[in-house]
Design a protein around this ligand. Sequence first.
Ligand code: LMR
Length: 338
Amino acid sequence: MSLINPKILAGAIGVAILMGGVANAQAQAQDPIVIKFSHVVANDTPKGQGAQLLQKLVKERLGDKVKIEVYPNSSLYDDTKGLNALLTGDVQLLAPSMAKLGEYSPSVQLMDLPFLFDDMEAVTRFEQGDGGKQILESMQDNNILGLAYWHNGMRQLTSNEPLIEPKDARGMKLRVEPSDVLAAQINELHAIPRKMAFGEVYQGMQTGVIDGQGGNTWSNIYTQKWNEVQSDMTESNNGVLDYMLITNAKFWNGLPDDVRDTLDDILAEVTESVNSKADELNEQAKKDIIAAGGTEVHELSPEQVKAWRDAMSPVLDEYRDEIGSDLVDAAQQSNTAN
Ligand code: LMR
């Protein structure tokens, strides 16, 4: 005869299963939401620093609920693969240069137009206005939600020959980001645009696959060590390299309200920090490049700047309608502080 009453045994098993279920549910409830943030630049750049600050503040304020994992230097994806991963839910945050987003929204291409903004203050004024808001929301049909604009800086030309006048670029193979608008500018110089992932540029310069590149920021140029493989740089300010912090809209809208609200507050703080420090980081990188030697940095006279602007300007008319004439006008007006 069994010493254990089968009814008691069944009851005990039932309780044990229930308790196990409760423990499991508690463990699941405690698992933090993981947000993977992939990017392609070094930590010591405006975006790299922004990603680290975001990770730190989220740990401090939402540590039990949210964990940010940062993957810098193309260590997880390059930008093209990163965008696909954002759509499939394999990564939740990216901050690509807007030159990478043209295929998702024609209006984003505005930021690639040559000599559109006089300086980063004008970029800020535009982004904070209606036009900036419109572009931030322009990819929702693709399930991409723009959360903020993060600055890097103005674009500078580099090569292995001095680029002082537009005709100096004739025939050169110049790397551009995967943007038709950026490629069109290089075509206007009678040079050859080469669309290439960021992480491949150093080797491209080293092996002569490209002669130079058609515009990037001092902080990117220095942290990617392009100054080791380029003899000449031109302070051309021929465009702006700015980022949009983006997420998968379904993922973001599905977050618990309190978590999303706190993340929004943290993002506002990080954005303020990135945008107030970007100029300084770029200025320092320019000094570091000059101090490292081996590269000549050419400054242009106002007449020389005008010659580059005139050479590239047909691109504005070419893309004005596709981007939206109102947006182009609003961007140009942002050059005058009101
Ligand atoms: C580039 O590809 O040159 C840039 O978009 C890289 C970056 O993220 O700044």
